[in-house]
Design a protein around this ligand. Structure first.
Ligand code: GDP
Length: 296
């Protein structure tokens, strides 16, 4: 599960503080050095770690903390607040259009979990009373269309497809007309992924964006790829502009470096987290709850 290693190490560092009662500035600094190492081992971005530890030190080495009756608890509270902040602060929701359908465009590299996430998101939104249309816009990966159709059946929501011979821009435009005629208040567009970011991929995504003006562009990235995920997010944001991130495979990511860096590096919120392969395994991403997983 996510943050396994980090949680152990931070709890270890704080247990030492708890055993001391009154704390000196040196005690706090020693603990923070351990925190810093643990974050680096968890593959958190170096600059993010530096800024984070500096902020904690500024807050934790003051009289308010050291002179309090439970200084160790106060330090942990500060770390908890700053970890929450690092992951975006409060939970960030999808911006639904005042005039439906809300168009959500999914982007990401192949294998990140994009198509699966389209199905999961449809299920989540359906539970919230929405009536999403799923759109098969990944015409290159063999079996992507079929995969989406199977997901659509399982969620019991229709999938719009024009096969793999049409331009994704035309597919996206036709899908929105279809949604309007059939009363779908949300359109979720699956798009092509590639193994690497290339100009052709970005051009296609930009063309789809220009044609359908999505209300949300959600970038799906694999949390297990750590800082690569952060770099991918940065590149997509620069080239395409994204509104939020879906971080998948958090169930297999023992380190958590992407979760702790991506929002701070890109300035974009993690809106959802994928915690498994099942359709119910997509959850809104709550930075405060994630921070609590680290600190126990
Ligand atoms: P795409 O190429 O980006 O469309 O990727 P897919 O949606 O086909 O997903 C690739 C693989 O990742 C599939 O085997 C999915 O079941 C798996 N996957 C997606 N999200 C998660 C997740 O949150 N946790 C786990 N464990 N596996 C996931």
């Amino acid at each position: 599960m996510i943050f396994e290693g980090l949680a152990d190490k931070l709890q270890n560092a704080f247990d030492k503080l708890k055993g001391k009662g009154k704390l000196s500035e040196k005690d706090v600094k020693t603990a923070l050095r351990e925190v810093k190492l643990a974050l680096l081992e968890a593959d958190v971005n170096f600059k993010v770690v530096k800024k984070f530890v500096k902020k904690i030190e500024e807050r934790a080495v003051g009289h308010e903390v050291l002179d309090s009756l439970t200084p160790a608890q106060q330090v942990i509270k500060v770390v908890n607040e700053e970890l929450t902040d690092l992951m975006g602060g409060s939970q960030s929701k999808i911006a639904f259009a005042s005039n439906p359908p809300t168009v959500i465009m999914m982007a990401g590299l192949q294998g990140a979990g994009k198509t699966t996430t389209v199905g999961k998101l449809a299920k989540l939104l359906k539970k919230q009373g929405k009536n999403p249309l799923l759109v098969a816009g990944d015409i290159y990966r063999p079996a992507a269309i079929k995969q989406l159709q199977v997901l659509g059946e399982r969620v019991d929501q229709p999938v719009f497809s024009m096969g793999d011979k049409q331009d994704p821009v035309d597919i996206a435009k036709a899908a929105i007309s279809n949604a309007e005629s059939n009363g779908h208040d949300v359109v979720i567009i699956d798009t092509a992924g590639r193994l690497h970011i290339d100009e052709e991929l970005m051009d296609e995504l930009k063309n789809v964006k220009k044609a359908v003006k999505p209300h949300e562009i959600l970038l799906v990235v694999d949390s297990m790829t750590g800082q690569d995920a952060v770099n991918v997010a940065q590149s997509f944001d620069e080239a395409l502009g994204i509104d939020g991130v879906v971080l998948t495979k958090l169930d297999g990511d023992a380190r958590g470096g992407a979760a702790l860096s991506i929002s701070s590096v890109t300035g974009k919120a993690i809106k959802f987290g994928g915690f498994g392969e099942k359709l119910d395994d997509l959850k809104p991403f709550h930075p405060d709850r994630m921070a609590s997983r680290i600190l126990g």
